[in-house]
Every structure is written in C-alpha cells, then in structure tokens.
Design a protein around this ligand. Structure first.
Ligand code: NAD
Length: 334
C-alpha cells in the first residue's frame, strides 16, 4: 500500500514509517516540523515540508498521490498546554482535521484513500469503568481531549455524509523505541513517565512521582503502556481493513494492551533493566490525572487482528533506554 503520513516526523509517525517500510509499504511524509524532526524521516522517504492548514499544498499532495491511506498524526498533544492555550488546540487539532476532511471530500473522485486518525483515551476523561470500552461515556477534561472528540465526530459525519471510509484509533500510552535504533520519544516538554524516568536516572537526578494517594494497588496512577511499533502495526492492519470495505464506514477502536501498570511498578522495571536504584520523591497529583486508564482491546483483536510483539514492559523499557543512550544531543528541527 501507499501512505500519506501527515505528522510523520513526530514520535509515533516516524515509527509508523519504519514499520510500514519493513512490511513492504511506501510512505510520503507531510509535516511542518513544528514538533517533529527531519532526522526521524528515512532519507529515501519523500518528504513535503508543509502545514496541514495549508489546504492548497495539501490538496495538491492528495490529488496526484495515489494513496491507499492517509494517516493523521499531526496534532498538538500536551494536556497542560491545551489548558493554558486552548486556541492552539482548536486551531491545529480541530481546524487541521476539518481542512483534511474537506480536501478528501473535494478530491473524492481523484483519490479513494481511507483516513486513519490518531485519537486518545483522553476523550474519556475520568472513565466510568475499567477496562475502558469504545462505547463508554466520553467526558474529556482538557481542551486536548475535547479536540480529539470533536475530530472523531467530524470524521464520522463526513464518512457517512460523503461515502468516505475512516477510523479513529484511540491510543493509551505510546512508549518504547524502534528496535533498529535511530529514533525515539523526544517531546518538548516531555510529560510521559518512561522517558522522564529514564532521563532522570541517566542524569542521576531524583524522579518525581505525581501522587501516591490514588485508589490503586500502591496509590500511584495506573496506565496501559503500548509499544509504538505495535501501534504502528495496528495502523497498517487498520488501512488493510478499511481498504477492503465498500461504501461509507467509520469506527473507533482502542489500542492498548489491556494491562495496567502503576507508576511505581514502571519505575521498578526501569531499575531492573538499568541495573541501578533510582532516587524517587512523591510530588502532588497533576490536575486531572485519573487513577487508572487501561483499554478493553477486544474490538481491536476482533476487527483488526491486533496483536502485540513488543509491549511487555521490559522490552518497552529496553528499547527506550537504548535510544536515550544513543540519542544525539537533541534533534535538529529543520
Ligand atoms: N504519544 C502518545 O502517547 C499519544 C497518545 C494518544 C494519542 N496520541 C496522538 O498521536 C498523534 C501523534 O503523537 P506523537 O506523540 O507522535 O506527537 P509528536 O508531537 O511527536 O508528532 C506530531 C507531528 O505532527 C507534526 N504537526 C503538528 N501539527 C502540524 C501541522 N499543522 N501541519 C503539519 N505537521 C504538523 C509535528 O511537527 C510532529 O512532527 C497525535 O495526534 C497525538 O495526539 C499520542
């Protein structure tokens, strides 16, 4: 298959490109490099440096691209930033998807590509039950989570009104790094537990755990960690599934392992893989952090044939650690 990967210079998009290539698919990356890295895109993958909101360039790219699937990874994804600057999220995340849907609608006779969208368990806010199923009530607590839910609604409406095929994949915690090295997780600021604990441990700094009074097995937050290459594989399966469908279709599917690990359990595995103790302190809870988030992944297994190869915690941490140990002093943003 041939893919247009919008946001392909970011963490998940760049891992997707690698895995797609290993499975024999070709990609074109479309990214403005605002939060991604030129170095993350393999030199033999065509790269268009452009903004998703630039509808002219986007339409030209789609029109003659002969794409089987278009992937949307191009969003802002910092919950705290979305609370202090919601305008960024409604502009980039919501308007960005509207511009893309409009381009796809207008070009329907020229491009029959399916759309696969990166959504998030943040659409649920504090979940009504665990594990979280696709149809559970959605009460996003941040502009980031709200932007993702609005995107899902827009995609669903466009699919049924205009005979398009789309899918929202709701990720739980993406983590780890490509097994072949060279790329990894480099958000700025980094808000995710695993890279932050690894970075602190390598710098011999104290790690802060946000809250130990949650109603969980040890009082710390419980999350569902899925290796980024397993996510990538599920995205390829999603394209194959949608491409085989005739007529309008939309669905939302959870991508997680279904297992929850507490912050303290994760730190323990990092200590084991590193072979050293990590200094820890307990800080205040972060605003809006639910106690537990883990996926009911039965729908992903049933519809996509979703499986995991790398998502045991030790493999996740070993691959992430290898990248942090080899990573250059920071990527060049181009
Ligand atoms: N990382 C996670 O654990 C996680 C969990 C749930 C959902 N998601 C979603 O997955 C997607 C990818 O996440 P990530 O961690 O790889 O983020 P990232 O910030 O590493 O990558 C996003 C990429 O999109 C590009 N981009 C953003 N806005 C753009 C625009 N207007 N035009 C062109 N390019 C643009 C950035 O430059 C960057 O390369 C996001 O939609 C995010 O909300 C991520």
């Amino acid at each position: 298959m041939r893919f247009l990967v919008i946001g392909g210079a970011g963490y998940i998009g760049s891992h997707f490109i690698r895995e797609a290539k290993r499975q024999g698919h070709s990609s074109v990356v479309y990214d403005n490099l605002e939060r991604g890295f030129r170095e993350s895109i393999p030199s033999d993958v065509p790269f268009i440096k452009a903004d998703l909101l630039d509808s002219k360039t986007l339409e030209e790219t789609i029109k003659d691209g002969h794409f089987d699937a278009i992937y949307h990874f191009a969003a802002f994804a910092l919950v705290g930033e979305s609370v202090s600057q919601p305008e960024l999220y409604y502009e980039n995340n919501v308007e960005g998807v509207r511009v893309l849907l409009e381009a796809m609608r207008k070009l329907k006779t020229k491009s029959n590509a399916v759309l696969i969208f990166s959504s998030s368990c943040a659409v649920f806010g504090t979940p009504s039950k665990l594990p979280i199923s696709e149809e559970d009530p959605k009460k996003p607590q941040s502009p980031y989570g709200k932007s993702k839910l609005i995107d899902e609604w827009m995609i669903e409406d466009y699919c049924y009104a205009h005979g398009m095929r789309g899918m929202a994949l709701r990720y739980f915690n993406a983590c780890g790094a490509d097994k072949d090295g060279g790329i990894g997780e480099a958000h700025d600021p980094e808000t995710h537990l695993i890279p932050n604990v690894i970075k602190a441990a390598l710098a011999k700094e104290t790690v802060t755990i946000f809250g130990d009074d949650f109603e969980t097995l040890d009082g710390t937050c419980v999350r569902d960690y899925i290796h980024v290459t397993d996510l990538a594989d599920a995205h390829i399966k999603a394209a194959a599934y949608l491409c085989a469908q005739k007529g309008a279709i939309y669905d939302a599917i959870h991508l997680g392992t279904g297992n929850g690990y507490s912050n303290l359990q994760v730190v323990k595995v990092i200590e084991k893989v590193l072979g050293m103790m990590i200094e820890q302190r307990i800080g205040a809870r972060r605003a809006g952090d639910p106690a537990g988030l883990y996926a009911d992944n039965r729908k992903a297994k049933k519809i996509l044939g979703f499986t995991t190869r790398y998502s045991d915690l030790e493999t996740i941490i070993a691959t992430a650690l290898a990248w942090h140990q080899e990573a250059p002093e920071g990527y060049n943003r181009g």
